[in-house]
Design a binder for this molecule. Structure first.
Ligand SMILES: [Zn+2]
Length: 415
């Protein structure tokens, strides 16, 4: 009898446990969705403008994310994913640094600025060019998306300081000092030739000072560790990494070490977590895929070495065929939030945000495009982050940096 009673009690308990799981999850999902909707959400880096300049692709039309040609961001999917503000990057792959090449890349930069502005004109009911922190909050109230501009790679600045102001006047609010190769400003974290200046060049120091004076955010994603510490030493304003992760969890030169994250926090800056799978989690060895890709790079050179558009199209086709033939296991939102947890444990909640790198390689197994942004919020809620914490991660921290950068510029101009 005693056993029967115990069995009964256990059965009832078991039933309630089972029943409680889906109910709980439903409640968590609802809570996450409500938070995601009510807060301002900002992504500090995407390379979608590359699709804008290429033409024959319409950012104002919904694209089925299952199709490769869909890209990661269009305006209807931005709305669907509850993303309020996006930094559209004027991205320039690093090339030779002769005056002729600089002139050519400046033309390309202008074309990209124009393409972004044309998007805002064509879809003025949906999206508007934003220049200051308040713009995003105002536009959110109006039910519109905010389009900020960042410049990925200071290459078009060349060695002419006036160009920093020129790009600021055209609407850029940050410059990523370099890309995958060294330029006239600084050393990159991934130049196969290694360091050229051991940090910032003399000209690069002037660029940082000029950005401080203008109220432009210095972006240290892609720079070498030495460059990072040089920037930290001389900047008068907080800085950011617009799309990088933590090296403690994924050993890649594009990610920040714990020591760098501590220095960044001390500077009052922010680390915007990148959704590029290889920076989130070290991929398992996939020798067939690597060999096929290596053969492709040997044949045509890497992306930034390919000059002609027609060759680029051929390489793109072959590249995607290889990716389909030898699929990789991509990192997940859980892996990404592990990086957020790490930064929070190291320096607190105030120094972390999101910078997807969508259309520049970003995309996780369960956050593959902008329509799935809510999955990050869901995981944060599951891990016990409060609404205030999540508001900071999704834009509050970045906006604090953005505002402070503008205040410092005012202070410097008063002197
Ligand atoms: Zn990048």
């Amino acid at each position: 009898m005693k056993h029967a009673l115990l069995f009964c009690a256990l059965s009832v308990l078991f039933f309630f446990l089972i029943a409680a799981i889906p109910v709980n999850d439903k409640a968590v999902r609802e809570k996450a969705a409500q938070i995601h909707k009510s807060i301002l959400t900002i992504d500090t880096h995407c390379d979608t403008p590359m699709r804008l300049v290429r033409g024959n692709w319409d950012v104002g039309v919904y694209h089925d994310p299952k199709e490769r040609k869909a890209g990661k961001i269009d305006l209807p999917r931005m709305k669907q994913g509850g993303l309020d503000a996006e930094f559209f990057a004027v991205f320039l792959g690093q090339g030779p640094r002769t005056p002729e090449d600089i002139q050519e890349v400046r033309k390309k930069a202008d074309d990209i600025f124009n393409a972004i502005k044309q998007m805002c004109q064509k879809y003025s009911d949906t999206i508007e060019l934003a220049l200051n922190p308040d713009d995003a909050y105002r536009l959110e109230k109006e039910g519109k998306l905010a389009c900020y501009i960042g410049m990925e790679n200071g290459y078009p600045v060349g060695t002419d300081l006036d160009y920093v102001q020129r790009y600021f006047d055209m609407g850029a609010r940050y410059i990523t000092l370099c890309h995958t190769r060294n330029n006239d400003i600084c050393d990159s974290s991934t130049d196969p030739k290694g360091p050229e200046f051991h940090g910032l060049s003399d000209f690069g120091e002037k660029v940082v000072a000029e950005m401080n004076r203008l109220g432009m955010i210095v972006d240290i994603s892609h720079v070498s560790d030495e460059t990072f510490y040089d920037v930290i030493k001389i900047t008068k304003a907080p800085i950011m990494a617009s799309h990088s992760d933590t090296r403690a969890l994924c050993d890649n030169p594009r990610n920040l070490t714990d020591d760098m994250i501590k220095a960044l926090a001390e500077n009052g800056g922010v680390l915007q977590m990148c959704l590029l799978s290889g920076y989130v989690k070290k991929p398992k060895p996939n020798p067939e895929r690597e060999a096929a890709l290596e053969e492709l790079w040997q044949k045509y050179g890497k992306w930034d070495e390919i000059k002609s558009d027609s060759v680029r199209n051929i390489v793109r086709k072959e590249y995607y065929a290889i990716r389909e033939k030898y699929p990789e296991k991509r990192a997940t939102v859980k892996d990404l939030v592990d990086h957020i947890d790490h930064v929070v444990q190291l320096v607190g909640i105030d120094y972390v945000g999101i910078g997807t790198d969508f259309d520049g390689g970003g995309g996780l197994a369960d956050c593959n495009d902008v329509s799935e942004m809510g999955n990050i919020t869901l995981e944060l809620v599951r891990r016990g982050y409060s609404e205030d914490d999540i508001r900071k991660i999704w834009g509050g921290n970045f906006m604090r940096v953005f505002r402070r950068v503008q205040e410092v510029a005012k202070e410097l101009n008063r002197k």
